[in-house]
Design a protein around this ligand. Sequence first.
Ligand SMILES: Nc1ncnc2c1ncn2[C@@H]1O[C@H](COP(=O)(O)OP(=O)(O)OP(=O)(O)O)[C@@H](O)[C@H]1O
Ligand SMILES: [Mg+2]
Length: 356
Amino acid sequence: MNWDDTTDATAPERLVGASADREDQAVEAALRPKDLDEFIGQEKVREQLDLVLRAARARGATADHVLLSGAPGLGKTTLSMIIAAEMGAPLRITSGPAIQHAGDLAAILSSLQEGEVLFLDEIHRMSRPAEEMLYMAMEDFRVDVIVGKGPGATAIPLELPPFTLVGATTRAGLLPPPLRDRFGFTAHMEFYGPGELQRVVHRSAHLLDVAIDPDGAAEIAGRSRGTPRIANRLLRRVRDYAQVKADGVITREVAGAALSVYEVDARGLDRLDRAVLQALLKLFAGGPVGLSTLAVAVGEERETVEEVAEPFLVREGLLARTPRGRVATPAAWAHLGLTAPAGADGGKGQQDLFGA
Ligand SMILES: Nc1ncnc2c1ncn2[C@@H]1O[C@H](COP(=O)(O)OP(=O)(O)OP(=O)(O)O)[C@@H](O)[C@H]1O
Ligand SMILES: [Mg+2]
């Protein structure tokens, strides 16, 4: 089993992994909202972006550069496409890792049309020289193309047409401040609430021509870890189950039964997440226990436990990282239907550790 949660599109994904696998990529185009009205949730971002784009349109100008930050699968690529569509502008897509040399970036920039939207995914992974070229391009719509090497090298200035850069990053904190400051508008995407995810599921079911009732959509939403991409993926697995084992209609019972086959529980934890919690509770009485010990107990690499399982468990308030080790919260005992053993108090008396 590969628990990899990185953006390697060829890696077999776990069902609740947030990055896109091959199957996601094949269907995502069809499920992407095409304009701001269709885009569900993220009310603040939508309202602010709507203003930015409307004002630019009214002035007949090119929109300000936009930085989108947020976890995988929350809709950054989707929003970049919406920005281009709303501006009636062509869209060019590239990514930080694809731009290794400043020359790669110069080639892209110098071929942009006026008003074009350049989507630069994983912008935090661009090389340093390319980044510096980008500063000038964003601010002055100009690049210096270096011709030759050594003392004879000369910089030839090249004017660029006004364009809109849309940068996306899962790690806004990794962006150098001079780059961050050159964006006129920064949108931080949050995880989605259950009601919003329910609407995502409902909308996707409609597009995929799958019958679903509101409870069925709510059940899938509740297991989707706040992430539309996961909601859409779970929907596809539940659809299979409904076709084969039920009459094709997704109800709460059908969704629940389908996802228990795939070992995704009511809160969206999968087998690995539960194994970590179970070890912490059953073997170590709720902790504190060191990461390495916990990893050995579940038979996984340290990194897998730390990077794949823990972030969601921490976000859900089921596990805390403390200076003395990992600690289960009272919610963790409750979620696994276990009672804290006598002497342990399910983490309540361990509060001092949290603030330490
Ligand atoms: N607000 C939304 N409403 C409806 N569907 C959405 C929304 N946001 C995302 N989706 C769906 O979720 C899927 C993933 O979205 P997207 O590819 O835009 O995520 P991302 O933030 O670019 O992820 P990554 O960081 O992996 O590149 C898309 O198929 C899209 O249809
Ligand atoms: Mg993306």
